[in-house]
Design a protein around this ligand. Structure first.
Ligand SMILES: [Ca+2]
Ligand SMILES: [Ca+2]
Length: 207
């Protein structure tokens, strides 16, 4: 009996170590000039081409430097530049696509803001919550309010930089990010482990 409890506790401990910091996973595609000027074409490009880099997003505060100038992906990502894992492709930021994915804990009435140059599309729980389709200049913000139930949801935030001379991507979405295995899941695992123990004991009695 004691052995099985220890095993259950060990299982919970392992789940605990699997919990990463509350970040979003970033993917980057550099595109040739004049490939897209709206978010639909940008997402199509990304989904049919190999990504050029990945990174870890600790907070979406990108390209907000002097003049919103365009350089490399590293220039754009500011504090997250150190997390970039580049492939063989270019990391030039002019005409490119970013995809951020992860999980967010949202309460009814939470507001998510996205300031972008150029467009973006925000998915929460598989549905579009907010978007800006085309090109626009810096410091333009789209806001959306979460009207669903409070809970933890998957999210994907697409962004593209079009042909224009500036780039910016700022959002509070990262503030809602939660680890892939939140504490309730660990508690569930503990219950499952003890449930399994009960089944084991029942099987033993039957034998
Ligand atoms: Ca490009
Ligand atoms: Ca732009």
């Amino acid at each position: 009996m004691k052995r099985y409890i220890l095993a259950a506790v060990a299982a919970v401990g392992l789940a605990g170590t699997g919990v990463s910091a509350a970040t979003l996973d970033g993917t980057f595609w550099d595109a040739p000039a004049n490939t897209f000027s709206n978010i639909n074409d940008a997402i199509s490009y990304a989904t049919s081409n190999t990504a050029d880099a990945t990174f870890v997003s600790t907070g979406i505060d990108y390209g907000d430097g002097p003049g919103f100038g365009i350089g490399t992906l590293g220039d754009f990502l500011n504090a997250d530049a150190g997390s970039i894992t580049a492939g063989a492709g270019s990391t030039n930021f002019q005409e490119s696509v970013l995809k951020l994915t992860g999980q967010v804990a949202l309460n009814f009435g939470d507001t998510i803001n996205v300031t972008s140059d150029d467009g973006f599309r925000l998915f929460v729980d598989g549905s579009v919550l907010s978007e800006f389709i085309g090109l626009r200049g810096p410091n333009n913000t789209s806001s959306a309010t979460w009207a669903g139930a409070s809970g933890v949801y998957s999210t994907t935030l697409w962004y593209f930089e079009g042909q224009l001379t500036q780039a910016q991507f700022v959002s509070n979405l990262g503030d809602f990010a939660v680890a892939p295995i939140p504490i309730p899941a660990s508690a569930l695992l503990l219950l499952t482990a003890f449930g399994g123990l009960g089944a084991m004991r029942r099987r033993r009695k039957a034998a």
